[in-house]
Design a protein around this ligand. Structure first.
Ligand SMILES: NC(=O)c1ccc[n+]([C@@H]2O[C@H](COP(=O)([O-])OP(=O)(O)OC[C@H]3O[C@@H](n4cnc5c(N)ncnc54)[C@H](O)[C@@H]3O)[C@@H](O)[C@H]2O)c1
Length: 422
């Protein structure tokens, strides 16, 4: 008989994980302190954009909850007295001055600690400030005869079920018994390789470094995009040619880097360095700065494009397409599109925004034609499922001349348009 698995945190990571574990035959108990999230699950209104075998996550968890394969609650209580598995998926939010808020981690521990019994296995999935497991979590759990492991998550939004099954996992644990128990649990879920890390700290660091590398890579792509423009060569073609090298992967330039993971990674690294150390992460800091300038760069290009065509930004109406923090994504946390909208509205621009999967801002309109209709320019911030306008459609609706600012290299050049790639 399988152990009961308790998943604390039913957000972007926790909810697909809970469903994935339930699909493998475990009884799952999902806990989230946010009652709105629990109501969304109960009423099939989950907006996290994941699919399993063609079925939306919302419908999937609705059915799993309906037949009690997942039991959801806003507080933690044990279903029975047998040893169980607890998976913690809450996040660490940055607050001002480089500080971080560990209150979600602490509240999970506060829920968990009074209920723990000998033989329980606790697995943390949270992306950690390196040192958190050893210095903050383990001291609260050690001595309770439980097993403790850390297994950082690498799934990308929209690919959760594919990547939960396929991505290799880094696994660190308190001791050999904990490692074997956690590895055995993961082997029961998928054949993905499990890579042993020699300490919690190195596993935490490896996870954060994976995110920093992507941030730095995008910053380089953004810098090279500006160089390509200066040298009058096509940036997308440049990237394709660069990536011909089998050991080079330049990511795509764009309007900035959003989401919960990449923009927060540098802060986690910085927080792991003692105040007394003089060491600085100069390259990663510069990369972060470059990526943060990108929404402003998009606005600058728009201003110039409008001016070249006798229009002023202050009197313009701009259509914003795609609000996700990246392509084909419904997560808007730190989305560059929203940063661009804020900059534009600060400059008096009238905005009409469209994204068929997302409801997140006051400027949103319900249809693509209405979004484009009469706009002086369109900015493609992110691609999205169910949102594709042909150039003919744009030409029909936009106010001439046809100004398109494309941050995703998604529009072919065409005689009738003034295409600006950022
Ligand atoms: N989103 C991603 O693509 C991704 C990828 C890899 C790793 N991660 C990491 O996974 C972690 C979670 O990220 P997320 O995107 O799922 O965050 P999220 O905000 O979507 O989900 C976290 C959930 O935890 C809940 N919560 C907070 N305190 C709680 C408590 N005491 N008990 C129960 N629930 C509680 C919140 O209400 C929220 O629903 C983060 O550390 C993140 O860095 C995220």
């Amino acid at each position: 008989m399988n152990k009961t698995v308790y998943v604390l945190g039913l957000g972007h990571i926790g909810l697909p994980i809970a469903a994935w574990i339930a699909l493998s035959g475990y009884q799952v108990v999902g806990i989230d302190i946010d009652r709105n999230k629990l109501n969304d699950i109960r009423h099939n209104r989950v907006k996290i954009h994941e699919h399993f075998n063609g079925m939306h996550l919302s419908q999937l968890v609705y059915e799993l909850v309906g037949n009690q394969q997942i039991i959801i609650s806003d507080h933690l209580s044990r279903l029975d007295k047998k040893p169980a598995i607890f998976i913690i998926t809450v996040g660490i939010n940055p607050i001002e001055n480089g500080e971080h808020d560990l209150s979600s981690l602490q509240s999970s521990l506060d829920m968990l600690i009074p209920l723990l019994k000998e033989g329980d296995l606790v697995i943390f999935k949270t992306t950690m400030i390196p040192g958190t497991c050893e210095d903050y979590i383990a001291p609260q759990l050690i001595g309770r005869n439980i097993m403790l492991a850390y297994c950082p998550e690498t799934i990308a939004e929209t690919r959760a079920f594919i990547e939960l099954n396929a991505n290799p996992r880094i696994l660190a644990a308190l001791d050999e018994k904990s490692w074997q128990a956690a590895a055995g649990f993961y082997r029961s879920l998928s054949p993905a390789p499990i890579i042993a890390a020699s300490s919690f700290r190195i596993a935490e660091l490896a996870k954060v470094v994976q995110n920093v590398i992507r941030d730095v890579n995008v910053a380089l792509a953004n810098e090279l995009a500006e160089l390509a423009e200066l040298l009058n060569v096509d940036n997308q073609e440049l990237r394709e040619l660069v990536n011909v090298h089998p050991r080079v992967e330049l990511l795509q330039s764009g309007p900035g880097v959003g989401g919960y993971c990449l923009p927060n990674a540098l802060g986690y690294l910085q927080a792991s360095i003692k105040e007394t150390d003089t060491f600085k992460l100069e390259l990663s800091e510069l990369a972060r700065k470059i990526n943060q300038t990108r929404p402003g760069k998009v606005v600058q290009v728009l201003r110039q494009a409008l001016a070249e065509n006798g229009k002023q930004m202050e009197n313009a109406t701009v259509a914003i397409l795609g609000l996700g923090m990246k392509d084909y994504c419904a997560d808007t946390r730190l989305s560059p599109a929203l940063a661009i909208i804020n900059l534009l509205t600060d400059n008096g621009v009238r905005i009409k925004a469209y994204d068929p999967l997302i409801e997140c801002c006051e400027y949103q309109v319900q249809s693509l034609p209405y979004c484009l209709d009469g706009a002086d320019a369109v900015i493609i911030c992110a691609l999205q499922e169910g949102m594709k306008a042909s150039l003919q459609e744009m030409a029909y609706y936009l106010s001439p001349p046809l100004i398109i600012i494309d941050t995703r290299d998604s529009v072919e050049t065409w005689e009738g348009i003034l295409l600006y790639r950022v």
